[in-house]
Design a protein around this ligand. Structure first.
Ligand SMILES: Nc1ncnc2c1ncn2[C@@H]1O[C@H](COP(=O)(O)OP(=O)(O)OP(=O)(O)O)[C@@H](O)[C@H]1O
Ligand SMILES: CC(C)(CO)[C@@H](O)C(=O)NCCC(=O)O
Ligand SMILES: [K+]
Length: 244
């Protein structure tokens, strides 16, 4: 069994895989990494490997403390990925974006793919059918947009994510919901249209903490897979790392 760890900007996600099947998944804060991982290692004695993708500075000491129990593999830029990286600054490309792109190549061979990760940030990653990673975009995520409106103004309240009633916001609250949520929906629909202009056919993968919420509101029929990064970590492990 494999324990996949996705250390995102806001929270950490962990999942246990038996071959291609996810057995369990948990969310926790960075401060609870050690105790939460040990809980899983104790509950699933067959876990032999732990694969970690992190965009944050995790305590190396914490990670190394698991070494006696499992083989710890921290994904880095020097690992082998199933695409050629055409980013102009490949070493600054986020590890999460690299893992998602690798997962897209492995799960959807021989086609153009657009990965949209709606998390703390919204990232767009495009990998063409020749398995060349071209790049994409980074914009603020939904929670970040609500927080920024509140933090950088005197009058705007901090609101929780909610579906806008209409594109015309008829109150301060409705204006904020429309601006943030419809703004993101139009952004995604707009990016998809731009890509469609250059690439008539491509597979869209929508993931991240806001994926399910957004899928309901997008014009395009896009299915959300909230676990795509964890599944990609498992995929990378099964198909590449294990044989290294
Ligand atoms: N319990 C939750 N805690 C935080 N964000 C949540 C939660 N449930 C849904 N969300 C939504 O998920 C988004 C954050 O996504 P996610 O959890 O994927 O971020 P993350 O852990 O920082 O990962 P990443 O850095 O990969 O984006 C927020 O915009 C928020 O609206
Ligand atoms: C954009 C984020 C913060 C999204 O998690 C992460 O992928 C990251 O830190 N990226 C580095 C910059 C880049 O990808 O070009
Ligand atoms: K993200």
């Amino acid at each position: 069994m494999v324990l996949a760890i996705d250390a995102g900007n806001t929270r950490i996600k962990g999942a246990v895989f038996e071959e291609d099947t996810m057995i369990t998944a948990v969310f926790f804060n960075a401060g609870d990494l050690k105790s939460e991982v040990w809980k899983l290692l104790d509950a699933y004695k067959s876990i032999t490997d732990m694969v970690v993708a992190s965009v944050r500075n995790l305590s190396q000491e914490d990670l190394l403390s698991f070494q006696d129990r499992v083989q710890v593999r921290i994904i880095s830029h020097s690992d082998t990925f199933p695409f050629s990286n055409h980013y102009e600054t490949p070493l600054t490309l986020g590890i999460d974006r690299m893992v998602l792109s690798a997962g897209a190549v492995l799960a959807f061979p021989k086609q153009h793919r657009l990965v949209i990760d709606a998390g703390t940030c919204i990232t767009y990653d495009f990998i063409n059918s020749d398995d060349q990673y071209l790049g994409g975009a980074i914009s603020p995520g939904i929670r970040l947009r609500y927080a920024a409106l509140h933090q950088y103004t005197a009058k705007l309240p901090l609101l929780e994510r909610d579906t806008p009633l209409d594109f015309i916001g008829r109150s301060t609250q409705q204006s904020i919901h429309s601006g943030v949520v419809n703004g993101v929906v139009h952004e995604i629909d707009g990016f998809v249209r731009s890509y469609e202009h250059d690439y008539p056919n491509f597979t869209i993968i929508l993931t991240g903490g806001d994926a399910v919420f957004l899928a309901k509101q997008l014009k395009n029929t896009i299915f959300a897979n909230s676990n795509f990064l964890l599944e990609s970590l498992n995929h990378i492990f099964q198909y590449t790392i294990k044989n290294d």
